[in-house]
Design a protein around this ligand. Structure first.
Ligand code: ATP
Length: 343
């Protein structure tokens, strides 16, 4: 009997997304390859402007075809999402793929009660009766940790705190038990205590629903607390990919190592934080050749970079773009004679 691999249900192959600017197309996402499995949280991390949200909205089919050019393949449970028309996508969004956005207030309708907003997605995608939908609303509100579901169901968004609103957004996203949940900066607008609670909710849902979650964030602290695997994105490309342990304990790409070094350490508050020189290039200024991160580590000689940097598997599916990581060091480590290979 031939065994099929149902484990890996989202396979992003060579996907590029280009925006039309002044009549020309520029890549915001370049040749991205990623897989997501059931029961895992894959974090996509990188500074603002690296293309994380564009990748998410590409998977969700939210781009205007007049203004965007998308290529590659997004195989989701055997269907290439990029071949779907709007009608086809409408069957997938909300039902099989749920999305959680950063700003819960603008994602909710201020004029509708919470119950109606959660029911809406069930009305669209299921044949559930009103009674079944109501029971499901209460079940969902319990699942996302709302203490008084009956009361909350009858409230309007403005009557809820930011943390509660984000729980409602999660309830809407998971109402139809999607296999894939894309959470784009789900905790950025929330304070630290609430952040931790929301991340707990996401982890519980992933376990209970056996969903795969793509968690998009610029916050490595959130990644450390939540992710099973991590893809580090820079200037539209994945530059490193591996398990959370590989990325945090054995980071290789200079960008990953710079990001980690610029992350506040709880037990090391007095240390000055490392600041990555320069900025993420704009789409029009994206280097056409070579390592896109090279201009931000000018002390590394050009000869250390590949002309067309490729992803290299350095063992156990730990992937790194370019070979420059072998020669990378931080400038102060040289001054202090700390050696080139330490992080
Ligand atoms: N509709 C658009 N038209 C033109 N350029 C765009 C458009 N949307 C995004 N961009 C550009 O694409 C690049 C990637 O943006 P994107 O929002 O995907 O990055 P990000 O990593 O998600 O950052 P952030 O966390 O700030 O959202 C940026 O240079 C951005 O200015």
């Amino acid at each position: 009997m031939v065994e099929t691999n149902t484990d890996q249900f989202l396979n992003i192959k060579n996907v590029s997304t280009a925006f039309k600017i002044n009549g020309q197309y520029y890549d915001a996402v370049s040749n991205v390859n990623l897989e997501v499995k059931h029961d895992e949280i894959l974090a996509i991390v990188g500074e603002s402007g690296c293309g994380k949200s564009t990748l998410a909205t590409t998977i969700m089919g939210l781009h205007d075809p007049e203004e965007t050019k998308i290529s590659g393949e997004i195989d989701f449970e055997g269907t290439d999402l990029l071949k779907l028309d709007e009608k086809g996508y409408n069957k997938v969004r909300g039902a099989k793929i749920g999305m959680i956005f950063q700003d819960p207030l603008s994602a909710l309708n201020p004029l509708k009660r919470i119950e109606d907003q959660i029911q809406e997605v069930m009305v669209y995608h299921t044949k559930m009766t009103e009674k079944e939908r109501h029971a499901r609303v209460i079940e969902l509100l319990n699942q996302v940790g709302i203490e008084d579901p009956d009361r909350t169901a009858h409230q309007f968004p403005h009557q809820l705190s930011g943390g509660m609103r984000q729980r409602i957004i999660i309830a809407i996203a998971i109402a139809c038990k999607p296999d894939l949940i894309i959470a784009d900066e789900p905790t950025t607008a929330l304070d630290v205590t609430i952040q931790a609670q929301i991340l707990d909710v996401l982890r519980d849902i992933q376990r209970e629903n056996h969903a795969g979650i793509i968690l998009i964030t610029h916050d490595l602290g959130v990644v450390a607390e939540t992710a099973d695997r991590v893809a580090v994105m820079y200037a539209g490309q994945i530059v490193e990919q591996g398990t959370a342990s590989q990325i945090f304990n054995e980071p290789k790409h200079p960008y990953t190592r710079s990001l980690l070094r610029s992350m506040p350490q709880r037990d090391n508050e007095s240390d000055d934080l490392y600041v990555i020189q320069g900025m993420v290039p704009s789409l029009q200024k994206m280097p056409k050749q070579g390592d896109r991160f090279a201009p931000r580590i000018p002390w590394i000689p050009a000869s250390a970079h590949e002309t067309e940097p490729k992803m290299h598997d350095i063992g156990d599916n730990h992937l790194v773009r370019c070979t420059c990581y072998k020669d990378f060091y931080f400038p102060d480590q040289v001054k202090e004679g700390a050696g080139h290979e330490s992080n």
